[in-house]
Design a protein around this ligand. Structure first.
Ligand code: PAF
Length: 310
């Protein structure tokens, strides 16, 4: 279904050409809910397994790894690009969030994505929209504590996308570990019949976790941002050497971040990856999650410590 080497139309707006008529072999782009729903239903005919990669665009290798994971286990791969306003707080970066639709479109097409959903804000949130999907408690932990209302926006839009696409499997990056926990809980509690797949963090050669927000960093901040990964590696090393006490591990990581003056720690926590509750020791495995401001960019990273108890 996807195209091979046609000249792409040069436009920054998804609405200016119709791939079905202009480029009949191209990845199909749907801008309306009705179109996307019909296209997904048609794609699933005959029992085909539909994989879905929701994104906010500004794609990097991390997103492409999700697409490849979907490709490897599904017959049809769909993606969405939608910068979801309801998951940004009033003082956050919604206006300046990078929007690179034309580049993203080409990348997805190259990966063989068959269907791309690129709706407008008005399409997703009609005037008077008043319904929300909230995962209580879990949504107020880690990033949810620092970004009030963030996960309510995420779960609302992801629930809407799941209804529209009706995927068999949806792929998310483990970098957003709290998001994965919240979405898994939503899917379980609200009986979404699909598999939630969390894919490993993709890192730059020096360890920095890939993120669309890395685009905000100048070269100096880019170097300073490495302290997030260093702090996690310090925990990893101590845990490998047998330190199981979560408070001691967290203190070592916080000390590492404090060594980088210009980086402001938001949180560093060691928690259960499903409940996001703090753990006392890491013998049963744990999520070590960090968030920090580097300049204006709020970056997150994490590692999963494996279970060591017998
Ligand atoms: O992880 C993201 O990019 C977003 O939170 C998501 C899941 C696409 C919802 O807007």
């Amino acid at each position: 279904m996807h195209s091979t080497g046609y000249p792409p139309p040069e436009t920054e707006h998804p609405g200016t050409y119709d791939p079905r008529t202009d480029y009949p072999d191209a990845m199909r782009i749907c801008e309306t809910i009705e179109d996307m729903r019909a296209a997904c239903r048609a794609a699933r005919r005959g029992g085909k397994r539909l994989g879905f990669v929701p994104t906010m665009g500004a794609l990097h290798e991390g997103h492409l790894s999700l697409v490849r994971a979907a490709r490897a286990s599904c017959d049809i791969v769909t993606a969405s690009i939608f910068v979801n306003p309801t998951q940004f707080g009033p003082n956050e970066d919604l206006a300046k969030y990078p929007r690179t639709f034309e580049r993203d479109r080409k990348l997805l097409e190259k990966e063989g994505v068959e269907l791309l959903f690129a709706p407008s804000v008005e399409e997703m949130y009609p005037v008077g929209a008043a319904a929300w999907v909230t995962v209580e408690e879990l949504s107020d932990k880690l990033d949810g504590r620092s970004r009030p209302g963030h996960f309510r926006g995420v779960t609302t839009v992801v629930a809407k996308l799941f209804h529209i696409v009706e995927p068999d499997a949806a792929f998310f990056g483990q970098k957003d570990a709290a998001q994965v926990a919240v979405i898994r809980r939503m899917a379980r509690d609200l009986n979404f019949f699909l598999e939630i797949v969390a894919c490993p963090i993709v890192r730059e050669a020096d360890g920095l976790a890939m993120s669309s927000r890395n685009a905000y960093l100048d070269p100096q901040q880019r170097k300073q941002a490495l302290v997030l990964y260093r702090s996690l590696m310090r925990v990893q090393k101590l845990a490998d050497a047998g330190e199981l006490n979560a408070a001691k591990l967290a203190a070592a990581a916080r000390e590492e971040v404090a060594g980088e003056n210009s980086v402001r720690l938001d949180y560093l926590e060691i928690v259960d990856p499903d409940t996001l509750d703090s753990v006392e020791d890491v013998a049963n495995g744990a999520l070590v999650a960090v968030a920090a401001f580097v300049g204006t960019a709020r970056l997150i990273d994490n590692i999963l410590l494996p279970k060591t108890a017998g």
